[in-house]
Design a protein around this ligand. Structure first.
Ligand code: NAD
Length: 248
């Protein structure tokens, strides 16, 4: 698609999983894409498969200076920024009582502060380019609670709130900000999770990274009247209680 051939996109956590699928979709849509991740080996290999339309840059999303360098490099390599996908995350298992304070803070640092930094630092570039799109990859854990991952749940609810505040602030600059909320998806992150948790969903299976990536691409290239909105990709998991209610 020539429409986006002179515009660039940054995908954080793009070296594997859902992020890697988003990279593939955005390259297909015509963008020059920067994979921004801690995983140098995965990221470099993935970029190689999409060369010359993708490049890898090492980024820790909690590092403001590194963000600035990556944004500059992205625009130098592929032209004005059109899209940011805040997808990087960490998941830590532990209840409110067992998770360590340091890990709770670290989860919020990566999943929330990292996305906030990305929005804050890319907004001026998107505005200068005449507008663009930010997609925050949240979770069904940003729509409901899950026991045993309290830091992650808190970070994803906060990311959903950040999406709305940023959408309100940036709409007049032509910048749309939306969140996507996947249910369980086949990635390394869910490799150890029992698939029976999906059994009561209307679509009783795990999703695939490409199914999330297609939604992210749609939000960036097609959803021109959507901002501040949640887009749920969960096989119906958050639809309601399965099983018909019967009178006793
Ligand atoms: P993943 O763990 O496979 O990939 C996450 C990527 O983020 C990794 O490549 C990792 O290196 C990178 N990352 C971690 N910390 C970073 C940091 N400080 N700076 C830069 N990069 C960093 O995860 P995934 O399953 O592909 O998930 C991608 C997104 O989708 C996440 O935001 C996750 O919360 C969300 N999500 C996933 C699922 C699922 O079932 N897999 C469900 C709901 C939401």
């Amino acid at each position: 698609m020539a429409e986006f051939a002179d515009r660039s996109a940054i995908v954080t956590g793009g070296a594997r999983g859902i992020g890697a699928a988003v990279v593939a979709e955005l390259v297909k849509a015509g963008f020059g894409v920067v994979i921004a991740d801690l995983r140098d080996e995965h990221g470099t290999t993935l970029a190689g498969t999409f060369a010359p339309r993708a490049r890898f840059h090492h980024l820790d999303v909690t590092d403001e200076g590194a963000w600035q360098r990556v944004i500059e490099e992205t625009e130098r390599e592929f032209g004005p920024l059109a899209a940011l996908v805040n997808n990087a995350e960490i998941l830590d298992f532990g209840t409110v009582e067992t998770e360590s304070p340091d890990m709770f803070r670290h989860v919020l640092d990566v999943n929330l502060f990292g996305a906030w930094l990305g929005i804050r630092l890319t907004a001026p570039r998107l505005r200068a380019a005449g507008g663009g799109t930010i997609v925050n990859v949240a979770s069904t854990a940003g729509l409901m609670g899950y026991a045993g991952i309290s830091g992650y749940v808190a970070s994803k609810w906060a990311l959903r709130g950040l999406t709305k505040a940023a959408a309100l602030e940036l709409g007049s600059s032509g910048i749309r900000v939306c969140s996507v909320h996947p249910g369980p998806i086949h990635t390394a992150m869910t490799a150890g999770i029992d698939e029976s948790i999906a059994a009561t969903q209307p679509l009783p299976r795990f999703g695939e990274p490409q199914e999330v990536a297609a939604m992210v691409r749609f939000l960036i290239t097609e959803a021109t009247f959507s901002t501040g909105s949640e887009f749920v990709i969960d096989g119906g998991a958050t639809t309601g209680q399965a099983g018909a209610l019967e009178a006793s």
